[in-house]
Design a protein around this ligand. Structure first.
Ligand SMILES: [Zn+2]
Length: 246
């Protein structure tokens, strides 16, 4: 019989809707066949499934669901003050990356050299700005001490972004990243779904690299006194974002 329910965390398949998967996931949604159903219906299924994976990730992040961290490929150079994480091998929809110890650890580019991970929790000290190159990660959770190199991610497919409330560097609201004092908007995820965005009134400046190529965004509302470079909203002949001053 055809398997109709697939766990987005461990990819185990079921014929009927399970109460709970071995991995802890519960929020099952019946699969929609890409070839048999309309595109709208398939997109809705994909969106719903991503949202249920986001909710699961949030529960793991805040310790409500136990989850085994991924096996890590670590490069420890004793002459260097940091430990580098070069790879994470979990093969699951959610990858939990953490390293405990006294020395700071950096999650480096190439960490997600497998393609199944859609959600990532990084409980490390720093992640490099090209960490997500060529990855499929759509859900990113930054741990309590995690910092992003140069405060931006070069390329990403992020839809949901979250930061631990104890993180001393960042504040996150509506999936957008700000400095802890909320004054600078640092990063807008490329696959955030809305077509419009209103820059919160507490923001006084926008980082030059904050909007790299937001696929869905068409219009931005921003206060007259906010400092930013207008050129950042022009991407090419076909893609630009309308600026509305408020
Ligand atoms: Zn599962």
């Amino acid at each position: 019989m055809k398997k109709l329910f697939c766990c987005p965390v461990c990819y185990k398949e079921y014929e009927s809707k399970p109460e709970k998967c071995d991995c802890g996931f519960t929020d099952f949604i019946k699969e929609v066949d890409y070839f048999e159903e309309s595109r709208d219906l398939y997109e809705k299924y994909e969106n719903d499934l991503l949202f249920s994976l986001y909710k699961f990730t949030k529960s793991v992040f805040y310790g409500k669901i136990p989850y085994t961290p991924d096996t890590l490929d670590i490069v420890d150079n004793p002459s260097n003050k940091e430990i580098y994480i070069k790879g994470a091998y979990g093969g699951r929809g959610l990858s939990l990356v953490e390293l405990t110890g006294n020395r700071p650890c950096v999650a480096d580019d190439g960490i997600l050299a497998f393609d199944k991970t859609k959600a990532l929790i990084v409980n490390v000290d720093e992640i490099t700005s090209n960490l997500l190159d060529e990855s499929q990660v759509k859900i990113l959770f930054l741990g309590p001490r995690c910092r992003i190199e140069n405060n931006h991610l070069l390329r990403n497919s992020i839809r949901y972004l979250s930061v631990h409330s104890a993180n001393p560097y960042y504040y996150c609201e509506d999936n957008v990243l700000f400095t802890k004092d909320k004054r600078t908007l640092l990063f807008y995820p490329n696959y955030k779904k809305e077509e419009e965005y209103r820059v919160p009134s507490y923001v006084t400046s926008i980082e030059k690299s904050a909007f790299r190529y937001p696929f869905n965004l068409k219009k931005i509302y921003v206060g007259k006194n906010v400092k930013f470079d207008k050129e950042m909203f022009v991407f090419n002949d076909l893609k630009h974002i309308d600026i509305v001053y408020i």
